[in-house]
Design a protein. Structure first.
Length: 250
């Protein structure tokens, strides 16, 4: 029960202290995120992880970002696991830019995941720390992009996720389910100014478990982000389509 209360209390405390007082009206955008989340258990304790996200402006119109994130998980017990990994992100310039190029980002990340069950709800608390290296891209006189510098940033992420099966009988493993997620991001570094608030995500989805190896989810995410060193907010509506796989290697 203490685990169930710790995450929401932490979220409320940090949100009140770190949220920027933005003077600008948030800018609203529509996005499409298409995700692959794959787990490959190896033995009883270890799992190889991979997830990829392909993000598009106006659902499908043009590229926004591509994120690839491999990792390795050690399962301590049914409730506790540790994961570490690396991710690489390409951020595409806005469609209005006359010269199209991508901005790179390298990340190392570590996380702790706690799981519990409350009634019919499977609850997950995820605590992740990221070490981020943002590339600074400039254009040469020939209008060719190149990275001339890197900016370092730390980021903390807390997510609480609830999964509720829609099957009437608990023994039914396949079928429809609902997912609800709240995630808070706090960052520190030159790009954030004096503010810690990075973004907050609210997500709801309906999912279908086809068998023990394959699921898919369709959902919606409301996303608020800090811009201009915390002086303004951006507001995004994001449609999610996710394929989840789990295949044991041995």
């Amino acid at each position: 029960m203490r685990q169930a209360l710790l995450g929401p209390l932490l979220f409320l405390t940090l949100t009140q202290s770190a949220h920027p007082q933005a003077a600008d009206v948030p800018k609203t955008n529509l996005k499409g995120w298409y995700m692959l989340i794959s787990d490959f258990p190896v033995g009883n304790k270890w799992t190889l992880n991979f997830d990829g996200t392909w993000r598009r402006h106006n659902v499908l119109e043009s590229w926004m970002q591509i994120l690839l994130r491999p990792g390795v998980t050690y399962q301590v017990n049914d409730s506790l696991s540790f994961t570490g990994g690396y991710s690489y992100r390409w951020t595409f310039q806005t469609p209005e830019s006359s010269v199209r190029y991508t901005v790179p980002e390298h990340r190392a990340w570590e996380q702790i995941t706690l799981r519990q069950k409350i009634g019919r709800v499977d609850l997950m608390h995820r605590y992740r720390i990221e070490q981020r290296f943002h590339g600074h891209v400039v254009l040469t006189p020939e209008l060719k992009p190149r990275v001339d510098d890197w900016t370092y940033q730390n980021r903390f992420r807390y997510a609480i996720k609830g999964t509720v099966p829609m099957a009437r009988r608990p023994s039914e493993q396949n079928g429809w389910y609902l997912v609800f997620t709240l995630e808070l991001f706090l960052s520190s570094g030159p790009t954030m100014g004096a503010h810690l608030f990075d973004q907050v995500r609210l997500y709801a989805a309906i999912g279908r478990s086809l068998n023990k190896n394959l699921k898919f989810e369709f959902g919606y995410m409301d996303r608020f982000m800090a811009l201009q060193k915390g002086k303004a907010l951006a507001h995004e509506h994001v449609l999610h389509l996710t394929l989840l796989t789990n295949y044991r290697l041995r």
